[in-house]
Design a protein around this ligand. Structure first.
Ligand code: C5P
Length: 405
């Protein structure tokens, strides 16, 4: 199937070892029907030859801003107008910095400024460079402008280190692109989503919480927004920035999350509960720090409200999606949750050994609804979020055909 037929993709390649993967990326984009034009920075030509990309794309590779032959081919303005999407893979630290600050000192960065096509960037660099504060500041600037960051992934690096900074694999990049090019799956819909852990105070400095990083919920909020929906995210305490376009309300405890959800639920079409809500809270939060005078200390805990079950039990309940994190018997427990909480779809993920979903960049999900079981295999949480969005949208539209007319 030619999923990208009729789409014009401008593939920007910058200087980095991962540039060798751009040849495969170019070929796979074309296999899916995309028209590809390649723009390389001068540094990129040290890693892979323009001739390779010319042979694969079937068109001359562009790399000079002031090329004498530009008038006979496409100049930067024409290329900028031609593109449906600008995809830079790999994107070096240097190019990311230039893009963040609007510099236009080579053909690629000039095209980006001259184009209003959405920009997708697949960074590739050493993990320490990626985590540098200046680099992250540049990434923040780009994200705030709505640029899509694809990865980077974590793993072995060409420099011999292991960490965050690998370019995503070509197929993952293409999946992102495909999912982005079929927007409108949830156009006009209101989605309420919970994410992150909750914090249940014991005293002013201590509390009960759990290991949720919020990454899956935040990625899902971003993907649902990209699918055309209005998204309100009710988030527990996390170290993540709110996804572009998403309206984020920060709360701390399960009770606050429950109150905020109930105050917002009436306008939503779909409710997605990704938050790892604490099941219990201390019966009393003492006002002063508890001193360690006694040898033992007992805490009395009381049940927190089950937000998802409360929403699903509403008279005009929205389409409800829950998550189930289990260490064993995943399918059995998740299926039980589907029926006891009376929800429409449950996404189950394993937490055991190396495959733990907690604080990880990747995850896998087993989807269970009343029609059966399907599986979304392990990939980055961003990509998984896009796949899950598609699944949610299809099920929502199946069960709400009348409302869409
Ligand atoms: O029952 P369990 O906590 O395993 O169910 C998990 C699902 O229920 C998740 O979707 C979670 O966000 C939601 N949940 C909730 N409120 C609670 C506990 C769980 O919304 N108090």
């Amino acid at each position: 199937m030619k999923e990208l037929a009729g789409k014009n993709i401008l593939l920007g390649i910058t200087g980095g070892v991962a540039a060798y993967k751009s040849a495969v990326l170019c070929r796979d984009l074309m296999r899916r029907g995309a028209e590809v034009r390649v723009v390389m920075t001068e540094a990129a030509t040290h890693f892979i030859t323009p001739l390779t990309l010319q042979a694969l794309s079937g068109h001359p590779v562009h790399s000079e801003l002031f090329a004498a032959e530009a008038g006979h081919g496409m100049d930067h303005i024409e290329l900028a107008r031609w593109a449906d999407r600008l995809l830079i893979a790999p994107a070096s630290a240097q190019t990311i910095a230039k893009l963040a600050h609007g510099e236009a000192d080579n053909l690629l960065t000039t095209i980006v400024l001259a184009s209003d096509a959405p920009l997708l960037i697949a960074p590739a660099m050493n993990n320490v460079m990626w985590e540098d504060a200046a680099m992250q500041g540049n990434v923040d600037l780009l994200l705030a402008r709505g640029v899509t960051m694809l990865g980077p992934a974590s793993g072995d690096q060409a420099c011999g280190e292991d960490g965050l900074g690998r370019m995503l694999e070509p197929l993952e990049i293409i999946e992102h692109l495909q999912l982005q090019l079929q927007p409108g799956l949830l156009a006009g819909k209101n989605i309420l989503i919970t994410a992150g852990p909750t914090w249940e105070a014991i005293d002013p400095v201590r509390g009960l919480s759990n290991r949720s990083s919020g990454k899956m919920g935040y990625a899902l909020a971003g993907a649902i927004y990209d699918a055309g929906a209005s998204v309100r995210l009710i988030s527990g305490p996390v170290h993540l920035r709110s996804p572009h376009g998403v309206d984020c309300i920060n709360i701390t405890s399960a009770q606050e999350m429950a109150d905020t959800v109930m105050a917002n639920v009436s306008i939503c079409d779909i409710f997605v509960a990704v938050a790892a809500v604490a099941d219990y809270r201390p019966a009393n939060c003492v006002k002063q720090k508890i001193k360690k005078n006694a040898e033992t200390l007992s805490l009395e805990l009381v049940r927190n409200p089950d937000i998802l079950a409360m929403v699903a039990a509403l008279e005009n309940a929205p389409f409800t999606v829950g998550f189930a994190v289990e260490t064993e018997n995943i399918i059995e427990y998740a299926t039980q949750k589907l029926t006891t909480k009376r929800i429409d779809l449950i996404a189950a993920n394993p937490v055991s050994g190396d495959n733990s979903a907690f604080d990880s960049e990747s995850n896998e999900l087993t989807l269970i609804d009343r029609n059966g079981i399907s599986h979304l295999s392990r990939c980055s949480k961003t990509l998984l979020a896009q796949k899950l969005t598609k699944e949610i949208a299809h099920r929502y539209h199946e069960t709400h055909p009348a409302k869409d007319s």
